[in-house]
Design a protein around this ligand. Structure first.
Ligand SMILES: [Fe+2]
Ligand SMILES: [Fe+2]
Length: 265
């Protein structure tokens, strides 16, 4: 029988972009897991397949690398086959505040090999995004449901507006262990522990090509802005970095003890 540890170490890896992102994740994950004695590794995988969307095959590859949970966002819906897979997978979440008619689930409790129960919730913002259900109300309902099973709860808030993410951080302070922003693909330097014990960062960043415009080939991005025409998406490939955060949580109280930004190499 495994004796549960009292402290949870959670590695959250920001939006992984296509093969460049996968490769740098593969290069760094073993050493990161060892260095931080990681109990649970969460990866936002909405951009895993050539920059837009995720596939079942890719989820299996992430799992083989040692990823425990794959969260999503607005690109979770790119592939029809993946929508069907969302209903079957135990490891993949999509934002919980999509209407009930959407496939998949947005929250679950995962058991770490070290004996900890860790809740993960995926939400999506509404400012400058699809007008889905309220992330504040739906998020709190999901957190209350997870709290009946564990005090350790990690929230991926996939949103465009910093203010919306920050407001969600404060709204969940003392209830969630961490509120981690994703979607903008630019790591912010505002990581902190809020007064009631919730670790917060507005955006964990991006794992993939940094010589890009948030993952998109620079020339294509400039053309899009100058012409106003939605040029075909072309993923960039160079200057790869791994972004994310490591959060340590007191397992007895669910309060975060530390949040550290990761930006490698
Ligand atoms: Fe993304
Ligand atoms: Fe996104």
């Amino acid at each position: 029988m495994t004796i549960p540890k009292s402290t949870a170490s959670i590695l959250f890896v920001a939006d992984v972009i296509g093969k460049p992102g996968y490769d740098i994740l593969a290069a760094y994950l073993p050493s990161l897991k060892k260095k931080y004695a990681v109990d649970l590794c969460i990866v936002n995988g909405e951009n895993g397949e050539k920059g837009k969307g995720t596939t079942e095959n890719l989820v299996k590859k992430y799992r083989t690398l040692g990823v425990d949970v794959i969260t999503g966002g607005n690109h979770s819906w790119t592939f029809a086959s993946f929508r069907r897979y969302l209903d079957q997978s135990n490891w993949v979440l999509r934002p919980a505040n999509y209407p009930d008619e959407a496939p998949g689930k947005g929250a679950a409790v995962f058991q770490s090999a070290s004996g900890l129960a860790i809740g993960v919730l995926n939400l999506q913002g509404r400012a400058f995004m699809y007008p889905i259900d309220c992330p504040f109300k739906r998020g709190m309902e999901e957190i209350d449901r997870l709290l009946t099973q564990t005090k350790i709860i990690i929230v991926d808030v996939h949103a465009e507006a910093t203010a919306e993410k920050m407001a969600l951080g404060w709204h969940f302070d003392g209830k969630a262990s961490a509120v981690i922003g994703t979607h903008t693909h630019v790591q912010t330097a505002d990581e902190r522990i809020l007064p009631k014990g919730t670790a917060y960062i507005s955006d964990a960043g991006m794992t993939g090509p940094n010589d890009s415009v948030i993952g998109l080939e620079v020339d294509v991005a400039i053309k899009r802005f100058i012409s106003g025409i939605p040029e075909f998406y072309q993923m960039a490939t160079s200057n790869n970095r791994l972004n994310g955060v490591v959060i340590t949580v007191d397992g007895a109280t669910g309060r975060a003890q530390n949040i550290e930004r990761i930006n490698l190499p």
